[in-house]
Design a protein around this ligand. Structure first.
Ligand SMILES: [Zn+2]
Length: 455
């Protein structure tokens, strides 16, 4: 049983009441009840509801759409002469098909202290925090150092072409005075050697899609065939599965490792520093246990085979075969760099061609980090915030093209036994009610205390 794309699946009509700013978990429940599964996204009814909610507090907003079913929203509260601060988040979510949910994924149920549903973590909770903080800034009539911009986006989960990329390409004037922005993900705990690190995303990896193909002698499958296209693709797949691409220590990752090492005990610090040397990296990764995959991804370009194509007749040896590779590049690496690494690894038997690459942010501007650090320490006295490079991609890379430094800042005081990663894009995605309130208060604190760029 499925909903119509974009449909609100709550009882009756969605609540349009600006006092939801005091009840961000309820705001989140309403957001979840719009089925914004992407594809197709169909974000219009959800975005229009957000516009109505802002209007209830007397705030005007504008919708911008390349595809009429998929608008994004931009609203602005005027402030002083400092550069504007932006809060942005996406309202689309990934599919729930073939997943076994305890509660229907768009019901937005609150039970056992959690709000359940698709988007509870990625990232309707962040959107709820940003919308609630934005409403509070108006309701409490605070003096803002600069304008405060709210941007709610379509299409992040499928690459952002109809959301952030459309806005940045067609309406860059909307963001002209924005220097810093808060978006997904960061500000929730990662336990390392007993320390409650709160990674705040300041940079991210880049997406590169690659095709690996081989050609060879086609023929009747009744005759012996060696070294044909399928065989060579098979060899390349085995190599890719067994080997790693070369080690790289990039400046944003080095900064992150140094800051983490400064905060943990000697033993853990030695492990983290060991990641900075190609001779000791393997031992350090082995010592990191569950966290090893994250750090491995931050020290290498990665390449996973995803789609395989070969012949289409059982009795014909095909003349060509291929597979696609989802490759994720470190900041500062390019599509040519990873193509060279893949050619070196896979050898002459196959061709390596880049199909899509979007250059991501290379430089990291940490000018706003001290404020985020202070806010998190005030909110949780055990918090040790550190700058973090996300081993995935967000809309942050798109706003970086027009000079905006994003910080992944959707704070959540999650209990140590709550495994964030295991619920994102998965069944039974949920968030503690308390974490939504914690994040909203922290975001609002940033809005209140933001004084513009620190030179
Ligand atoms: Zn997301």
């Amino acid at each position: 049983m499925s909903n119509h794309p974009g449909e609100y699946v709550g009882d009756g009509d969605p609540v349009v009441d600006a006092s939801l700013s005091d009840r961000p978990a309820e705001l989140l429940q309403e957001l979840i009840r719009f089925d914004t599964t992407n594809p197709p996204g169909a974000e219009r009814s959800c975005i229009e509801w957000a516009a109505d909610l802002l209007a209830d507090a007397g705030i005007d907003s504008e919708l911008y759409a390349q595809n009429p079913d998929r608008p994004s929203l931009v609203a602005r509260i005027p402030g002083g002469d400092s550069p504007a601060l932006m809060l942005y988040g996406h309202v689309d979510v990934v599919p729930t098909s073939d997943q076994d949910w305890t509660h229907p994924p768009f019901s937005g149920v609150e039970e056992d202290g959690y709000v359940w549903g698709r988007g509870a973590l990625d990232m309707k909770s962040g959107v709820a925090m940003f919308v609630a903080a934005f409403l509070r800034a108006t309701q409490e009539e605070i003096d803002l150092a600069g304008d405060l911009v709210l941007c709610l986006l379509a299409d992040e989960e499928a690459g952002g072409d109809e959301g952030a990329a459309f806005l940045v390409e067609e309406h860059p004037e909307l963001f002209e005075d924005v220097e810093y922005a808060l978006g997904e993900f960061g500000g929730y705990p990662m336990e390392l050697a007993g320390v409650r690190l709160y990674p705040v995303q300041v940079n991210e990896k880049q997406v590169c899609w690659v095709r690996v193909s081989a050609t060879g002698q086609a023929g009747h499958a009744s005759r012996p065939s060696r070294g044909d296209a399928v065989g060579r693709i098979g060899e390349a797949l085995v190599t890719l599965d067994r080997e790693r691409l070369p080690y790289h220590l990039t400046p944003p990752v080095e900064e992150m490792l140094d800051r983490m090492a400064d905060e943990v005990d000697e033993e853990a610090a030695a492990v983290l520093r060991g990641l900075k040397d190609p001779d000791t990296v393997d031992d350090s990764l082995a010592a990191l246990g569950d966290e090893a995959g994250t750090f491995e991804a931050l020290l290498h370009n990665t390449a996973n085979a995803t789609i395989l194509r070969g012949g289409d007749k059982i009795n014909v040896v095909p003349a060509s075969a291929e597979f696609t590779v989802d490759s994720r590049l470190l900041p500062g690496q390019t599509d040519e760099d990873v193509a060279t690494e893949l050619r070196d690894l896979l050898g002459d038997g196959v061709s390596v061609d880049v199909e899509r690459f979007e250059l991501g942010p290379e430089e990291t501007d940490l000018g706003m980090f001290p404020l985020l650090d202070d806010v998190l320490r005030d909110a949780d006295e055990a918090a040790v915030p550190v700058p973090y490079v996300l081993p995935a991609a967000t809309d942050g890379r798109i706003f970086a093209r027009i000079g905006i430094q994003s910080y992944g800042f959707t704070p959540m005081n999650l209990p140590s036994d709550f495994d964030f990663q295991s619920f994102v894009h998965a069944a039974d995605e949920r968030i503690p009610v308390e974490a939504v309130e914690f994040g909203t208060d922290a975001v609002y604190d940033v809005v209140r205390r933001y004084e513009g760029a620190v030179e």
